[in-house]
Unconditional design. Structure first.
Length: 263
């Protein structure tokens, strides 16, 4: 994918998107083809570090030992010490926590307890502290550097549905910076796919409440709104599928918990 094509698509996006009273996010949506996700080797779970900011603060929560508490409080948005784990056995509190934060960091010494208490709430959302992202830490870890890195990190998970969506910037960012984030994700992603760029079906960009523009596709002036709306419907349909899958997971988890209670 050429950089000029991405810049052209961003220009079109600004032209066809109505103005809002707030700064909208810019989303990247990639759909895939000829990718059998039933095979584990074709599934993707990776962390990509962008060169530019995403335009939105990434909220980070840390699970720490008492020894690391003060150091963690200076860096992260929320810190939960081992002594406070007990109160998160309350499902409502644990679910709220899982939704509120983007990344979770844990001291290696408390990781087994984190898995026991928070695993069933963070695991299904792909938010367990992950060593691949540097989120399992020791007293020697530079927490400020980790926090800065996570602000620019995108978690790519492609396991059930053949598409991926993520934030790549804000409406008020320069097109050059948004383009650089898009290219970073694209170039990293194709090296994770079995057939590289040949597994890419289509690539779209959109504002939070705007139409969808396909990168690399010419949109005629007269028909652009109609075509974009059609593309937007396709993406919304795919988004609906993901939500339905998440709902099924939650219901399964609930049923499993009820069975355990009955035992």
């Amino acid at each position: 994918m050429q950089e000029e094509v991405v810049l052209e698509a961003l220009k079109k996006l600004r032209e066809v998107s109505p103005k809002r009273n707030f700064k909208q996010s810019v989303d990247l949506i990639i759909s895939f083809k000829d990718l059998d996700l039933k095979k584990q080797e074709n599934q993707i779970d990776a962390f990509i570090v962008l060169h530019k900011d995403k335009g939105k603060k990434t909220k980070i929560c840390a699970f720490t030992s008492k020894e690391m508490e003060q150091k963690a409080r200076e860096v992260f948005d929320k810190v939960i010490t081992e002594e406070d784990f007990e109160k998160y056995k309350d499902k409502k509190l644990a679910k709220k926590l899982a939704k509120e934060y983007d990344f979770f960091v844990a001291s290696s010494s408390v990781m087994p307890k984190v898995a026991m208490v928070f695993g069933k709430f963070l695991g299904p959302r792909g938010k367990m502290p992950n060593p691949k992202a540097g989120c399992v830490v020791t007293e020697e870890t530079n927490l400020k550097a980790l926090s800065d890195k996570l602000q620019k990190t995108v978690h790519v998970v492609i396991k059930q549905n053949p598409f991926f969506q993520c934030l790549v910037g804000k409406e008020d960012m320069k097109d050059e910076d948004i383009k650089e984030n898009i290219m970073t994700i694209y170039n990293s992603l194709i090296h994770l796919l079995p057939n590289e760029k040949h597994n890419i079906n289509k690539i779209y960009i959109k504002f939070t409440m705007g139409p969808v523009v396909e990168i690399g596709k010419e949109i005629k002036v007269k028909k652009k709104i109609k075509k974009v709306k059609k593309q937007d419907k396709k993406v919304k349909k795919e988004e609906k599928k993901v939500k339905e899958e998440e709902k099924k997971k939650e219901l399964k988890e609930k049923a499993k918990n009820e069975e355990e209670k009955d035992k």
